[in-house]
Every structure is written in C-alpha cells, then in structure tokens.
Design a protein around this ligand. Structure first.
Ligand code: NAD
Ligand code: TYD
Length: 360
C-alpha cells in the first residue's frame, strides 16, 4: 500500500483519518484525497497537511461517480489501495431527498468498484466504510454482529446497504481484495454540525433551542472518531480480505442523556450568565419518521482478530469534543455556509438556525 486513495477525505471521518494516517501511523506512502466538496466537505479541516506533507498528501476535487475523473485519479496517481468513505451521510436529509443518496452511495460506489476491477492486478485493498444502520433497529436487548441480517430502515441506511452488497459481490465474483467495516455513531473534532453532538454543542453554546426528537429515549452506541481511525488502520493493514468487521464504542447512551451531558459540560467550560443552565434549552420536537430505536455493536471479532478496542470513554471523548469546538470558532464559522443555515432553518424553524446574521 503506497498510494492510498481516500474518498470523502474532507468530511468528518475522512479528515480525521487522513490526519491519523499521516501523523500517527507507520504508513510511509501517499494519501490521495478525492472529495466533491458537497456542503459536508471542508478542505479547511486538512489545510495544514499539504504544507506539512507536500510529497505525501494530495487533494483532488472530483465526484466519485464521474468515471473519467476517477480513472484519471487511479492511473495518474498510481493508486494501489482504496479506503472509501465518500457518501451522503445524514439520515434526515435522506428522508427529505433520497435520490442523491442513491447516486453517491450506490452508483458512486459502483463506479469505484468498476475502476478497481479493471485495475485489480495492482490493487492490494478496497476498503469500504459503512454503518451499523444497515442492520436496522434493535429493541432493549441484543447487539449487531457481522452475521446479523440486513434490515435498513432509512433511505440513507438502504443506500449504504446497497453499497455494502456491491462491495461484497465484487470481492466474491471478481476476486477484488475487499474489506468492509460497519461502525456505530462517531463523534469528535471536525464533525459537521447537522449531526446530534456538534449541533447540540453549538446551539447550547449560543443559547439556542436543543431539538431532541420524540422523548430523547433512542439509544446510540458512541464511538470516538480517533478510535474509529485506529480500527480502520488495523483493518486496512491486517484485516482478512473478504471479511466484514463491526466497530463500536461500547458506549450506549440515550439521546437525552447525551444532550444533558453536553449542557453540563458547557455550563462548566463556557458559563454565560445570559444563558444560565443550558438544560433549559432542551426542546422536544416531532420525532424523525421511522426513527430507529436502538443501535449497539458487538465488536468481539475485531477485538479477537486484530486486538482493537476503544480507548476513549464517553466522558473523556465528549469533553475533548466540546473543548475542540470551543477552541475552533473559525472552523465553525466556515462550515456554517448558506446551505447549512438553510437546512437547519427548514428542519427546525428559523429560530433554531445557528450562526444567524453575519455568520461566514
Ligand atoms: P460526512 O458527511 O462528514 O463527509 C462525507 C464527505 O464525502 C464530504 O466531504 C463530502 O464532500 C464527500 N462526498 C459526498 N458525496 C461525494 C461524491 N459524490 N464524490 C466525492 N465526495 C463526496 O460523512 P462522515 O460522517 O465523515 O462519514 C464518512 C463515512 O462513514 C460515510 O460513508 C458514512 O456512511 C460512514 N459512517 C459515518 C458514521 C458517522 O457517525 N459519522 C457512522 C457510520 C458510518
Ligand atoms: P444523528 O447524529 O443524525 O445520527 P444517526 O441518525 O445516524 O444515528 O442522530 C443521532 C440521534 O440523535 C438519532 O437518534 C436522532 C437524534 N437527533 C435528535 O434528537 N435531534 C437532532 O437534532 C438530531 C440531528 C438527531
């Protein structure tokens, strides 16, 4: 693995992964980051890397669904391994407009697979980053295993499931050296503030309403993004070809608990008399249609085969995350583009739209 293509590297997990690969692993090759720069892509998350690693990091703006542009990347950059993260990733957006999810997550993945198939002699790995949401929803008990049957409930989950099936089929049929990981909800630095944790941090910071769907009883299994990146490195380098690995934080929390903890941390780390106790900002809003009740991951296989386990507790990871958002106001201002504000205003009403007038 000398010329690694990372797709979606300007998104939340991709940016963390590229940073992790270049700064914290023995990887000595080059990373080629291909990103279309949708509303969720922010090249600023990696702005320093081009200067610090001029020979080891390159960025190409392209759509993974564009056969000619991607063929040029594969051949022009001598790609010999792929870590595929580019996707439309927000469940609520997929409920409003599913078409783009099928286009990028299914058709875009198919395009990458076709290009990889045509060059499979020189490709040592095609790794696909997927989600636990492909397995559907759990009740109060049980955990998702790699063998759990697929039962995706949202258009987002269905599009990721479609991509997973294609990746698996290309491994089985054409002998492409594929691996797949299905991970639980990530959180940490550089996450776009449409997802629960950064949305709540930024709204709470500014004293805006904290929109909790339903009664906030839904459960997610939170994984600190750095732990995820370490797992991806292990699977990329030591995972068995043709296998799927589940990655989870072993950290189940109800949404309401998460939001309350964020309020507590901000009251402690950024107290403001004007706002007072931030728990008061919690507002129960209409539930997401088809809202999955609970996700929980069994990652025994990853622990057993590759010795991976999460290092960060939810308490320490959340504290680090809140601190990161407090310390990076310029990054925050930048991601609050017009498209983002428009989405938040449409989803939650104009009063909830952070950034307001004058935001970058
Ligand atoms: P994100 O939305 O923050 O980033 C996605 C990136 O992909 C953006 O930079 C965007 O510009 C890029 N992109 C979108 N469409 C593209 C296209 N057609 N061509 C090229 N680039 C395109 O997503 P994320 O949270 O970083 O998630 C990364 C991957 O991990 C996704 O595949 C997602 O399904 C998966 N995943 C995420 C989570 C999570 O909690 N965030 C959990 C499980 C799995
Ligand atoms: P999200 O971050 O969108 O991730 P996912 O839907 O992929 O799990 O949401 C996490 C949980 O938080 C999910 O149960 C929905 C809930 N949620 C809210 O209650 N309010 C919000 O404003 C958002 C964005 C999510």
């Amino acid at each position: 693995m000398e010329h690694l293509l990372v797709t979606g590297g300007c998104g939340f997990i991709g940016a963390n992964l590229i940073r992790f690969l270049l700064e914290r692993t023995p990887f000595e090759g080059r990373v080629v980051n291909v990103d279309k720069l949708t509303y969720a892509g922010n090249p600023e998350s990696l702005a320093d890397l081009a200067e610090r690693f001029p020979r080891r990091y390159a960025f190409v703006q392209a759509d993974i669904g564009d056969p000619a542009a991607m063929a040029e990347v594969f051949d022009g950059q001598g790609i010999d391994a792929v870590c595929h993260l580019a996707a439309e990733s927000h469940v609520d957006r997929s409920i409003v407009a599913p078409g783009g999810f099928v286009q990028t997550n299914v058709v875009g993945t198919l395009n990458l697979l076709e290009l990889a198939r045509a060059r499979r002699g020189r490709l040592v790995r095609f790794h696909h980053v997927s989600t636990d949401e492909v397995y559907g929803s759990l009740g109060e008990t049980g955990r998702f295993m790699e063998t759990t049957p697929y039962g995706p409930n949202s258009p987002y989950a269905a599009s990721k499931a479609g991509a997973d099936h294609l990746v698996r089929a290309y491994g089985h049929t054409y002998g492409l050296p594929v691996t797949i990981t299905n991970c639980s909800n990530n959180y940490g630095p550089y996450q776009f503030p449409e997802k629960l944790i950064p949305l709540m941090i930024l709204n709470a910071l500014e004293g805006r309403p904290l929109p909790v769907y339903g009664r906030g009883a839904n459960v997610r299994d939170w994984l600190f993004v750095e732990d995820h990146c370490r797992a991806l490195w292990e699977v990329l380098t030591r995972g068995r070809v043709g296998e799927t690995y589940n990655i989870g934080g072993d950290c189940e929390r109800r949404n309401l608990e998460v939001v309350e903890r964020i309020c507590g941390l901000l009251d402690e780390m950024a107290p403001e008399a004007r706002i007072g106790e931030r728990r008061r900002l919690i507002t129960f809003v209409v539930d997401r249609p088809g809202h999955d009740y609970r996700y929980a991951i069994d990652c025994t296989k990853l622990q057993r085969e590759l010795g991976w386990r999460p290092a960060e507790s939810f308490e320490s990871g959340l504290r680090r995350t809140v601190r990161w958002y407090l310390e990076h106001p310029a990054w925050v201002a930048r991601v609050r583009s017009g498209a983002y504000r428009e989405w938040v205003a449409r989803q939650y009403g104009a009063g909830a739209a952070p950034g307001g007038e004058g935001a970058a």
